[in-house]
Write a protein that binds this ligand. Structure first.
Ligand code: FAM
Length: 470
C-alpha cells in the first residue's frame, strides 16, 4: 500500500531535474519581495501536484476504520498542507527543517543588526510560504513591508475600544480580526469576478496585511484590558514585526522579552494542518471566505482549553499548585498534586498530544532559552516548570489511557512571559494567535494557488453506520 510518508520530500525534489531545482532556488533567493518569491514557487508546486495526481489519484493512503470516525479522525491523511509535517517521534518540521535546523539557518535578529539573537518570525513566514531560507536582505524587506501595513484602521480601533474589559481577550481578538475583512482585497476581487487562477494573489495580499496588523490588534486589547503598553500601537519602520509588537505591549526595553517573543512566535507558527486552529482556517477558507474571516474562525478554535487556551490553563494550574504546596515544593509533593489532578477527573494542562509521542521540540526550544538566559533560569516558576516536566511524565505514564505523557509547548510558554512581567494569563493565547497566522495564512494562499476544492467530508449517523457495517 502506498503511504504518504514513504515519499520523502527529498525524493520528490530529486525527481525534478537538478538544474531546474537549482534555477528555481536561485531565483527565489533573488526575489526581492515575498510575493515575487511565492509567485515563482507556485508553478513548481502546481506541477508536482499535477504529477502526483496523474500517477496516484487512485492509490490508497490507508483504510478508514470506525475508530477513526469516532476518534476525531486521528491519523487520517485527508488534507494537503504544505508548510510543515508533524512526525509523532521527531516533532514538527517546517519544509523538512526541524526547530534546531531553523535556529541555525533562518535569519535572526542579530543577522539584521537588531538587538537580540533569536530567529525572526518573518524568516519563518518566508520559509513556510516558499520552502526556501530567505537572505537577511529579503527578511529586512519583509519586515519593512509588514511595518508599513501594521497600523489599524480607526474603525477597528473603535470596535476594540467598545468591547467590555471583561470580555475574554480571545473573543475580542477573533471579533476584531473578522472586522478587518471590511477592506479585504480577496473579497473585493471576488465580487469583481477575478479568475480562479488568480485567487492566490489577493489572498496573499490579505494574508500579509493581516499578519502585519495582528500585533496591533493584540496590543490594543492588552492595553484596554490590562492597562499595559504604549496605548497607541506606534510602529517604528526600522524594527522587525516583534520588535514593534514588544514596544506596543510595553516590553520594548527588555531585549530578553523581545527575543523570547521572537522565538515563541516563530515556533508556534505552524504545526501541520490537522490541529483545530489550522484545520479551521483551512475549512472556512475552502468556502472562499477571505483570510480575515478564515483566521478569525481559527482563533475561535485556538481559544479552546484543549488547544491554544492550554497555555493559560497551565498557569492557572501552576498557581493552584503553588498555593496548595508552595513554591519550593518537593518532588513527592508535586507527584501527589499531579495524582490528585488526575483523580479529580481534570486534565493536566500542557501534557499530552494528539499526534506527538515524544516531548515536544517546541517545549525543548523554550527550555533551552530558559537555561541559557540567566535572568530566567532561577525564576521560581521557570524552575517549577522544569521540575514538573521531569515528574509529570512518570505520573501520567502510569495511566494506561494517556498516549503521550510528555510536555507539549504550552507546559513551558507561560512561564517565560510571566517571568518577563506579562502576568496576565488570559492574554497568553492571544500571543499564540499572533503566531499561528504564520502557518495558517500561507496555507490559504497555497490552497488557492493549487485550486483545492471546498472541504466536504462524509458524515454518518449511528443508524447509517449500523446498516453499512452489518
Ligand atoms: N491529563 C489528563 N488526561 C489526559 C491528558 C492529560 N494531559 N492527556 C490525555 N489525557 C486523557 C484524555 O483526556 C483521554 O481521556 P478519555 O479517554 O477519558 O477521554 C485519554 O487520556 C486518551 O487521550 P489521548 O489519546 O492520549 O490524547 P487526545 O489525542 O485525545 O488528546 C490532548 C490530546 C492534547 C487534547 C490531551 O493530551 C490533553 O487534553 N492535554 C491537556 C491539554 C493540553 O495541554 N492541550 C494543548 C495541546 C497543545 F499542544 C496545543 O494544541 N497547543
Amino acid at each position: 500500500m502506498f503511504a504518504l510518508t514513504s515519499v520523502p520530500r527529498v525524493a520528490l525534489r530529486a525527481s525534478a531535474p537538478a538544474k531546474q531545482w537549482a534555477a528555481a532556488s536561485q531565483s527565489i533567493r533573488h526575489a526581492s519581495t515575498l510575493k515575487e518569491a511565492v509567485a515563482e514557487a507556485i508553478p513548481k508546486k502546481q506541477e508536482r501536484l499535477k504529477a502526483l495526481k496523474a500517477k496516484h489519484s487512485n492509490t490508497s493512503l490507508g483504510d478508514i476504520k470506525l475508530d477513526n470516525l469516532l476518534g476525531g479522525m486521528r491519523g487520517l491523511k485527508v488534507m494537503l498542507w504544505e508548510g510543515s509535517v508533524l512526525d509523532a517521534e521527531r516533532g514538527i518540521a517546517f519544509h523538512g527543517k526541524s526547530i534546531p535546523d531553523c535556529e541555525k539557518e533562518l535569519p535572526s535578529a542579530k543577522d539584521l543588526g537588531l538587538k537580540g539573537k533569536e530567529m525572526l518570525p518573518e524568516s519563518m513566514l518566508w520559509l513556510l510560504l516558499t520552502g526556501e531560507v530567505p537572505t537577511a536582505d529579503q527578511v529586512r524587506g519583509l519586515s519593512a513591508e509588514l511595518a508599513s501595513k501594521g497600523k489599524l484602521p480607526s474603525y477597528v480601533e473603535k470596535i476594540i475600544d467598545s468591547f467590555p474589559k471583561t470580555l475574554h481577550p480571545m473573543t475580542q481578538f477573533a471579533a476584531a480580526t473578522a472586522a478587518l475583512n471590511h477592506d479585504s482585497a480577496f473579497s473585493a476581487a471576488y465580487t469583481k469576478g477575478i479568475k480562479k487562477a488568480e485567487y492566490w494573489s489577493p489572498t496573499f495580499d490579505d494574508s500579509i496585511d493581516l499578519i502585519a496588523k495582528l500585533p496591533a490588534v493584540a496590543a490594543r486589547i492588552y492595553y484596554n484590558v490590562h492597562g499595559k503598553g504604549d496605548g497607541k500601537q506606534a510602529i517604528d519602520p526600522n524594527l522587525d514585526l516583534i520588535g514593534n509588537f514588544s514596544n506596543m505591549l510595553g516590553y520594548g526595553d527588555s531585549v530578553g522579552m523581545t527575543d523570547f517573543l521572537r522565538l515563541y512566535i516563530a515556533i508556534h507558527g505552524d504545526h501541520e494542518g490537522g490541529n483545530v486552529s489550522a484545520h479551521t482556517s483551512h475549512l472556512v477558507g475552502s468556502a472562499l471566505s477571505d483570510p480575515f474571516l478564515s483566521y478569525s474562525a481559527a482563533l475561535l478554535g485556538l481559544a479552546g482549553p484543549l488547544h491554544g487556551l492550554a497555555n493559560q490553563e497551565v498557569l492557572v494550574w501552576f498557581k493552584g499548585m503553588q498555593e496548595s504546596i508552595g513554591q519550593e515544593a518537593s518532588d513527592q509533593q508535586i507527584e501527589k498534586y499531579l495524582e490528585d489532578t488526575l483523580a479529580s477527573g481534570r486534565v493536566v494542562p500542557g501534557y499530552g498530544h494528539a499526534v506527538l509521542r515524544q516531548p515536544d521540540p517546541r517545549f525543548s526550544a523554550l527550555s533551552r532559552f530558559y537555561e541559557q538566559t540567566p535572568e530566567l533560569r532561577d525564576q521560581p516558576l521557570v524552575k517549577m516548570v522544569q521540575q514538573v516536566s521531569k515528574i509529570a511524565p512518570v505520573v501520567l505514564g502510569r495511566s494506561n489511557k494517556i498516549k503521550n505523557p510528555f510536555p507539549n509547548v504550552d507546559a513551558a510558554s507561560g512561564a517565560g512571559l510571566t517571568a518577563y512581567g506579562m502576568t496576565e494569563m488570559n492574554f497568553y493565547t492571544v500571543v499564540f494567535g499572533v503566531s499561528r497566522a504564520l502557518g495558517a495564512l500561507p496555507n490559504l494562499v497555497m490552497a488557492r494557488a493549487l485550486g483545492l476544492p471546498i472541504e466536504r467530508p462524509k458524515s454518518m449517523s449511528i443508524e447509517a453506520l449500523e446498516k453499512s457495517l452489518k
